[in-house]
Design a protein around this ligand. Structure first.
Ligand SMILES: NC(=O)c1ccc[n+]([C@@H]2O[C@H](COP(=O)([O-])OP(=O)(O)OC[C@H]3O[C@@H](n4cnc5c(N)ncnc54)[C@H](O)[C@@H]3O)[C@@H](O)[C@H]2O)c1
Length: 254
């Protein structure tokens, strides 16, 4: 297995920058909420506020999609939902396997938000023979012995890893060898993948640590304000490390 992870260029095919791609799901979430309320059109300012993004950035992002809205009317909500879904590849069904059906894997399997966004949980896989055949979210858990067959039969290209950290690389290698080309990793470890494989990492404890850092800074500012501001040594946040909406993203490139 080659080491190092896939390095995506800052610009994807068809000239859409990676940062814009990362904001598209935020727009889609806001637009879907408007669509559910049967709102026909939305201004860039309203949508930007709903998505938590700056409106100039939003207009620039939509220009990559060829969507400019109508002056005085705004953007057509349904059409934008379609356009963004198409751009994100959500107009097709994506079978997903979850490997490691413990506390987290079972919670993910039970999460209804996958199906409504075009992700079908094709299989749940675990190494514990005691779990084999037991239904989780109505899907019987399958043993890791069958991992390769499941991936091939279901043509799965997206794998979710929710195993302990020590097992994650080996699970990743097997998923990739079987044909998976995108991995969402919840295990607290860095995965090595060959070129052509995308890895995204979710780590809630890192998010909490970042919040703790800001909390600590806030209390430092308060005590500095108490002593006339002399003790404050506040560094400005580095924009280069910020996520799609200006905050550090909860889902990070691995
Ligand atoms: N990213 C986050 O925010 C976040 C949050 C919670 C937990 N986690 C991580 O998610 C992982 C799972 O946590 P959990 O609480 O569900 O643990 P858990 O112990 O409840 O479940 C782990 C499951 O993985 C299975 N497993 C072990 N080795 C395997 C292998 N080689 N192949 C397939 N399955 C295997 C076990 O049988 C078990 O069912 C851990 O790595 C944990 O640190 C991450």
């Amino acid at each position: 297995m080659a080491t190092g992870r896939t390095h995506r260029p800052a610009t994807r095919s068809r000239g859409i920058p990676e940062a814009t791609v990362a904001r598209l799901p935020l727009y889609l979430r806001a637009l879907t909420a408007l669509s559910e309320r049967s709102v026909p059109t939305v201004s860039s300012e309203e949508l930007a506020a709903a998505a938590g993004v700056n409106s100039a950035k939003l207009r620039k992002d939509f220009s990559y999609l060829g969507s400019y809205g109508t002056r005085g009317v705004g953007y057509d909500v349904e059409y934008l939902v379609y356009q963004i879904s198409r751009e994100l590849g959500l107009t097709q069904d994506w079978p997903v396997v979850i490997v490691g059906i413990g506390n987290l894997g079972a919670a993910l399997a039970n999460y209804g938000g996958f199906a409504s966004r075009g992700f079908r949980v094709a299989a749940l896989i675990d190494a514990d023979p005691g779990l084999t055949g037991k239904p989780v979210a109505g899907i019987p858990v399958q043993h890791t012995d069958d991992l390769e067959k499941i991936i091939k039969d279901d043509r799965v290209s997206i794998g979710v890893i929710a195993t302990p950290a020590g097992a994650a690389q080996q699970v990743c290698d097997r998923l990739v060898a079987a044909g998976v080309t995108s991995i969402l990793n919840f295990a607290p470890t860095v995965l090595s993948v060959p070129d052509g494989v995308d890895v995204r990492k979710v780590d809630l404890s890192i998010e909490l640590q970042i919040l703790a850092f800001h909390e600590q800074r806030k209390s430092g500012e308060e005590s500095a304000a108490g002593d006339g501001g002399k003790a404050a040594a506040v560094t400005p946040r580095d924009d280069a490390d910020q996520g799609p909406d200006g905050d550090v993203p909860a889902v990070m490139p691995a």
